[in-house]
Design a protein around this ligand. Structure first.
Ligand code: GLV
Ligand code: MN
Ligand code: MN
Length: 408
């Protein structure tokens, strides 16, 4: 029997594994990430799955079909969080998938395909600045250069994997081949307000918006805040302020486009020193690749022009990019049938947020089911869902699994 109450309890339980007292921050390969992974592995085993931490830090569980070794329907989401996060972004998809497997196992039901549930590590990319490490690893699209990415303390991802007891040289072991994975289906909170506005507990995702992430560095000149006259300054932070506003203007130029400067660091960072160097991130998302690419070009030009006008040197570097990922029509239709079987209207909607499916689509067609969240609020501790909606989402996912027909 599928239990919505247990899904909610487990989301609460995982939220305890946090480096932020009184809140939730759980970055990849941290002590808290280990504790969450261990708890999830325990739940998977309890649900009748074989489960382990894979070679790159994902939690991987498998429930065999009626023929051992059969290709799988892959389900899952991520177990890492942003800073001061909500407790459903990512975790709900992993926990709901385990609940579906437990319901099948409880009925003694094996399907003509295996089910794998992945709890991906590092979807958010908070610690090393490169997102979807786990799902890129599984899809064979990992750029080995990301192993050299450093966290704020200067630890590389390669070192962190070793410290966690993993061997980065084994990364190729987790790569799945096309054909081994029949499809990838992820349940996730909507993180936006549409379902709530329309009074619907779930929705079927049509496509995931693409994203581009850049890092800009402005090199000015540090100096004494009391002695250098304003007209002689080369203040990198004042230039960055202009850049932030220029990026906001670019992002506002089209209703489909969004752009964010989410992180900024000024050096040396003292009240009485003119900032000599500033680094900031830029994140653009759009439902069309051309629109996003144009925004990236405009932002790079704007930063260069602002820097030049203030006699600063600048670098703008692309750190990550993934194009728009269309969900597969044959999977959308199967999800829509599962939604209808629950007596609900099947609303299609795009995803503004990024998801592991964007990486997994290199090896399998992908689909997503969204669950309504309160006020559309996410990446915020106020993230909230109801037990009834968690139940509706999980029942819909179970219906999708039980009636899943692989494309021949
Ligand atoms: C992941 O949550 C993202 O869209 O940044
Ligand atoms: Mn997120
Ligand atoms: Mn997420």
């Amino acid at each position: 029997m599928l239990s919505a109450a247990r899904i909610m309890q487990r989301c609460d339980s995982l939220a305890r594994h946090s480096e932020l007292p009184g809140g939730l921050t759980r970055v990849f390969l941290s002590r808290e990430y280990r504790a969450a992974a261990d708890e999830v592995i325990g739940w998977m085993r309890e649900a009748g799955m074989r489960a382990e931490l894979d070679a790159i830090g994902n939690v991987a569980g498998r429930y065999e079909g009626n023929r051992p070794g059969a290709p799988c329907l892959m389900l899952g989401s991520h177990l890492d969080t942003v800073r001061d996060a909500g407790r459903y972004d990512g975790m709900l998809g992993v926990i709901a998938a385990i609940e579906c497997v437990a319901a099948l196992a409880g009925k003694g039901r094996r399907l003509p395909f295996a089910i794998e549930v992945l709890g991906f590590g590092d979807e958010e990319g908070v610690r090393f600045g490169t997102s979807m490490f786990g799902s890129r690893g599984v899809s064979g699209t990992l750029d080995p250069a990301v192993l050299e990415a450093r966290d704020a303390k200067g630890v590389t991802l390669r070192e962190a994997l070793r410290e966690f007891g993993l061997n980065p040289a084994r990364a190729p072991q987790v790569v799945r081949k096309k054909g081994e994975v029949l499809a990838y289906a992820e349940l996730h909170i909507e993180q936006g307000p549409l379902l709530e506005a329309e009074g619907l507990p779930v929705g079927v995702v049509s496509a995931i918006n693409g994203f581009s992430r850049l890092r800009a560095t402005l090199h000015g000149e540090a100096g004494h805040a009391g002695t250098v006259p304003m007209h002689l300054r080369r203040d990198a932070l004042a230039a960055a302020a202009e850049c932030v506003l220029a990026i906001e203007r670019i992002a506002r130029s089209d209703p489909g486009l969004v752009g964010t400067v989410g992180r900024i660091e000024a050096k040396p960072g003292a009240i009485n020193v003119i900032p000599g160097e500033v680094q900031f991130t830029i994140d653009f998302r759009a439902p069309r690749d051309a629109l996003r690419e144009e925004a990236v070009r405009s932002a790079a030009t704007a930063v260069q022009q602002i820097a030049a006008a203030r006699r600063l040197r600048c670098e703008v570097q692309k750190i990550q990019e993934l194009g728009v990922t269309a969900c597969a029509p044959w999977l959308i239709e199967q999800f829509e049938r599962a939604v209808a079987a629950e007596g609900l209207r099947a609303r299609r909607l795009p995803s503004g947020a990024g998801h592991d499916g964007q990486a997994i689509q290199a090896i399998a067609d992908v689909a997503m089911l969204f669950v309504r969240c309160k006020g559309g609020i996410s990446h915020n501790p106020a993230e909230s869902i109801t037990e009834a909606d968690a139940g509706a989402g999980a029942r819909t996912l179970l219906g999708f699994i039980e009636h899943f027909e692989a494309r021949s």
